[in-house]
Design a protein around this ligand. Sequence first.
Ligand SMILES: CCCCC/C=C\C/C=C\C/C=C\C/C=C\CCCC(=O)SCCNC(=O)CCNC(=O)[C@H](O)C(C)(C)COP(=O)(O)OP(=O)(O)OC[C@H]1O[C@@H](n2cnc3c(N)ncnc32)[C@H](O)[C@@H]1OP(=O)(O)O
Length: 186
Amino acid sequence: MPPPGAVAPVRHPEAPAPGELLGAHYDQCFGCGESQPYGLHLAARAGEDVSVTAEFTVQPAHQGAPGLAHGGVLVAALDETLGSLSWILRVIAVTGRLESDFVRPVPVGATLHLSARCTAVDGRKIYGSAVGRIGGPDGPVAVRADALFVEVKIDHFTSNGRPDEIQAAMSDPDQVKVARAFEVNP
Ligand SMILES: CCCCC/C=C\C/C=C\C/C=C\C/C=C\CCCC(=O)SCCNC(=O)CCNC(=O)[C@H](O)C(C)(C)COP(=O)(O)OP(=O)(O)OC[C@H]1O[C@@H](n2cnc3c(N)ncnc32)[C@H](O)[C@@H]1OP(=O)(O)O
């Protein structure tokens, strides 16, 4: 729950337009990267205000029980969708806390229709909620989560990530472009 002093989130003036595909923030990301064979390959789009939508189809590699998605994978999908709100706020943030409810089992082959919105901002603390529905964008809720993200600087990654991957990312012009987009924040 956001504290009493929290304010409404503000859509960044240069945020992608509603409906625009956001693309991967890192090609090796388990959530959205194209280069992760068993990743979620989650594709997120900008929504109205400070919101996003995303889809993820459960693959056999994502099973927990026979024919059912692993709960941790579903939480990863919620986390990734919430993280994509960064593109709308133009702020780099990492998950500090994520509380999830599993409401319905999600079979392999099902597409999870996700939506997330930022509910409040309090300094570096960013609050958000997400749901995942099955059977269609208006289908029943299968999973949901409330989260607190904390704004960080780029050195959160460069100081803590394994040097091999950091060096590879910093020498990839596409990756540097993504990082730069978040550095200017009026
Ligand atoms: C060159 C390569 C660049 C690559 C990246 C480039 C660009 C990225 C761009 C876009 C991103 C787009 C999409 C991202 C999509 C998905 C990603 C998924 C997100 C994740 O999957 S990300 C991984 C999991 N995540 C972590 O790996 C975090 C580990 N963690 C920490 O790194 C620290 O823990 C941190 C930074 C969270 C805080 O540390 P800190 O020292 O900076 O700040 P501090 O502790 O003071 O907290 C400040 C205020 O938050 C409150 N607070 C903190 N944690 C709380 C909790 N759990 N519950 C309640 N309140 C909490 C405090 O109570 C205080 O509140 P107050 O100010 O009121 O006192």
